[in-house]
Every structure is written in C-alpha cells, then in structure tokens.
Design a binder for this molecule. Structure first.
Ligand SMILES: [Mg+2]
Length: 385
C-alpha cells in the first residue's frame, strides 16, 4: 500500500501547477463548548452544551482553511486526541488541492481501530478544511467550485422548536413562533417511553400549525421493528412529512421491511458511515429520503457520492444537519434533489460568515470558501481547557 510520504513526494513534483500549491505548513484543532438551553434534547441525549471540533490548516500560500464537526461530551474530547495525534501530523506537507488523493491514505492508515466512528469521522474536518482552502484559492463559494448551483435559497425545517425536553405548552408555543418566523416545516422529537404521549404532542403540533406546515418526526433509533410497525400507522392521519431513524442504523432488512409496510416516508442515514451501506439501503428499498452526513461519512466528497446514489435511485436528500448548516447550504445548492436543510442555530455566533436566514429559507452564501471560518473571539470564549 502506498503511504502518505509517497503522496507527499509525488505532490512535490506538481508544485509548478499554474494554480499553485496549497501546501499545509501547520495543522491545528480546537475543541469549543457552546452552552445550549435544552437539557433533554431527544430520545437518546440530554445535554447542556454543544461541542465543535474545528480544524485549521495553514498553507504556504498564506491561505487558511477551516473545517468543523460537532457533537457533545467526552467522546468529542477523545475524537480531538485522535485527530491531533493520528491525523493532523500526516497533513503537514500535503497539498490541499490533492485532498481526494490523500483522503484514502489518511483513512486507510488508521482504519484498523474500526471502519466506522472516529477513524472515519476524524477525517471529515480536515477534508472540509481542504475544500475550504481550494474554494478560497479559487476565490469562489464552495457551491461554485462544485460547478454551479440549482438554487439561491433552500428551505429549512426547524428542529430547535421540537426537542423532547419541552413541555407540551412550550412545544406548541415554539412551533407557532417558528411558523410566524417563516418556517414552513418543523421537526418534533419522539421516541419517548410513552408513544401515546408522543402522539399527543404531535396532535397538538398539527392543530397548532394547521395543514400547510410540514411536520416531521425523529425517533433517534429508539424503536425496534415490531414497535415501528405497530406505531407508524398512527402517523398517517397527522400527515407526518417523514419518520426519521426509527431503527438501529445498520439494519438493512429491518428498514426495508418497515419502508414497505408504512405510508409515511422513511428518512434515515445520519448514522451511516459508508456510501456502500447507502447503496445497499437503496437497493433494498430501505429508505424513502436519504440523509447523508458529511461529518459521519468523512467529508464532502463522500456526501456527494451518496447524493448521486440517491439521485439515480429517484430519492430526495436531506443533509443530516446537526449544526452543519454552514456546509449544508453549499451541498443543498449543488444537487437538484435536496428537499430541505435542518435548522439548529446553536453555534451561528462562532462563524465569521454565519448562514443567513430569511422567511424560512437559508440564503446561500456568495462568500469565497466553505463558510467554515471561525472567529478568533469564539476560539477564545468557548475553548475547552
Ligand atoms: Mg436525526
């Protein structure tokens, strides 16, 4: 197997390219912890703060590239150690323009600790930073680097109004305010211990927003197939836009059986780490709406691969979201079959060019790069010591 040193040598011979190299001279990571208000967030997680693991690549061109990913708690601290010790040193001397070449080597050199999880996820922020560098070097927004856009704005669905921690009254207030603010779609977390309570909340939301607003639901993997088959029919009368992640993420036949049996569109993918599993899901008829995560898949290039698979299967995509809107806006611009992006505004303040929201849509950025540059004051304010 070739190794990264071989690639460094080979790339040295290409330094005379007219576009000029973007050789990485220094690679840094930052772990930021941004406080959030919602304590009980979904059926899996309760949190008080949201972590951002950011990577900054300096180059001999003078340009800086930024990538980021997000999550919470001790796992993110562990991921930072992996990124710092196993990945970033390998990037020194690499040409960011050649990221599609070094991505494979970077991943494969480390995959013996597992094909999924940190080995894959760790590569994503450096990969995004490389895309950011290439876009900045071209003086283009990322979506133009992809070859142009299908749209100038993309509708958002508001997840931030529908966490499980909200009381019924708070939930209803939140969705009403979301609609008044321009949102035409909201998401309500379900998967609590009492499905009758989940249904009561969904019924109240539907009554509050009326028939025109899309209402999506997210189980966060809490059900098994039997529970899902029993519960999903109740969602039909509420005209639920999609049922998200009801099952264990890797269960291909389970999702296929569920998709065949229910009338509500089945959306999942945010915990799938490999385009090949998306292929298998699509071949099996196991997803109606495809939800790839640039963070879990190891970056933007594999996200685009999955989007292409979805297109050929005749399915729409919804980026997995979390707080990746900065990048998702560019991905949504790049493909014709993106339905919406997820709105969770927890970390907007840390970015130099935060996404611009207007009347339920994100207005897609025209600024050069991937919209991932983090403000120095945010690095100072939210740094995890
Ligand atoms: Mg989800």
């Amino acid at each position: 197997m070739r190794n990264l040193d071989t690639i460094k040598e080979k790339n040295t011979t290409r330094a005379s390219s007219s576009a000029g190299p973007l050789r990485v001279t220094e690679a840094q990571s930052f772990l930021l912890r941004v406080p959030v208000r919602a304590l009980k967030v979904d059926s899996q997680s309760a949190l008080k703060a949201w972590d951002v693991l950011a990577v900054r690549l300096f180059t001999d061109s003078g340009l800086e590239g930024w990538g980021y990913q997000c999550g919470f708690g001790a796992a993110m601290s562990a991921l930072k150690v992996f990124v710092d010790e196993a990945l970033l040193p390998e990037l020194i001397g690499q040409d960011a323009r050649m990221h599609k070449e070094w991505w494979n080597e970077l991943y494969l050199l480390r995959h013996h600790i597992g094909l999924n999880g940190p080995a894959m996820q760790g590569v994503s922020a450096p990969e995004v930073a490389a895309w950011d560098l290439v876009a900045k070097a071209a003086d283009l927004p990322l979506w133009m680097l992809f070859g142009g856009s299908y749209r100038r704005r993309i509708p958002c669905y508001n997840t931030n109004c529908g966490w499980l921690g909200y009381s019924l009254d708070e939930l209803v207030d939140n969705v009403k305010r979301s609609v008044a603010h321009g949102f035409r779609a909201v998401k309500v977390k379900i998967g609590s211990e009492d499905f009758r309570e989940d249904l009561r909340r969904l019924e109240a939301v539907r009554q509050a927003v009326g028939p025109e607003v899309q209402v999506a639901t997210d189980v966060n993997n809490r059900w098994d197939l039997q529970a899902a088959l029993k519960r999903a029919p109740a969602l039909v009368d509420l005209d639920i836009a999609w049922l998200e992640e009801p099952l264990y993420p890797f269960d291909v036949p389970g999702h296929a059986a569920l998709a065949a049996a229910i009338d509500t569109p089945l959306l999942h993918g945010e915990n799938i780490y490999d385009p090949l599993m998306f292929r298998d899901m699509l071949d099996a008829g196991a997803m109606d709406i495809v939800q790839p995560s640039e963070m879990k898949l190891g970056g933007i290039s594999p996200w685009l691969e999955v989007a292409a698979l979805a297109r050929t299967a005749g399915k729409r995509v919804v980026p997995a979201g979390w707080t990746m809107m900065q990048i998702d806006q560019h991905l949504a611009a790049a493909v014709p079959h993106c339905l919406m992006v997820e709105w969770i505004p927890w970390i907007l303040e840390i970015f130099k060019e935060p996404v611009q929201f207007h009347d339920g849509d994100i207005i897609i950025s025209d600024a050069p790069g991937a919209s991932t540059t983090i403000k120095p004051e945010a690095l100072h304010e939210y740094a995890v010591s």
